[in-house]
Ligand binder design. Sequence first.
Ligand SMILES: [Zn+2]
Length: 223
Amino acid sequence: MEIKFNVRVKPIGMMSIGSIYPIFLGPDLPFTKKFFLKNGKKIIKYYIPGSSFKGALRSSCCRIAESFNFKSCGEIDIERIEEAHRRIGDLCDVCKLFGYPKSNASGIIKVSDLESQSNVNVQTIASIRIDDKSGKVAEGALFTSEKVYNTEFIGEISLSTNDVDLIGLTLLSIAELRLDRFGRRSIIDIMIEDNGRLESVIKNTKWMTLLTELRRWLYYEIL
Ligand SMILES: [Zn+2]
């Protein structure tokens, strides 16, 4: 069974997501965007790559899984992942949900790109990079990054499972992510739009309260 629902994301304050494609004569760290032609006009669409969102969701999941009695191997290295799974006697719940590198198990969660709705407010801002070790400004560390604000992105999550607890673990990870840092030190709020689809599967479970909570913004105003 495949359950699909939308996630709506808005930055609290300003958000930057680094693009892997360098653009000459532009900011050092441009926000990710797609270009396409519409009636001969070039259209720019700002977006959050699905892979970035999924990666951030996985990190959130690792952090909270054990506090809610889910199994997490907590490993990144492939050999140690497999060793931990052998100890558990199964894939851990985090890897069941997200898959893990080099395995045939691709996970049950898919995340589409999250695309900007309406106009995007963009500003290029100069920042300095602080050296993690010394706590001082790193040499030659002035860079510019493109930040967006007052905008919303929408994408789709699909879960190919009817295991209510794995759906619950997904909701917990989303709830954790909206209190955490995303991308380059950005804070985001997340809201779920499920048209009753999630509700029909989890309505008589303990996860329903969390879904109700996630159907509205956590932050109602821009800080
Ligand atoms: Zn694992």
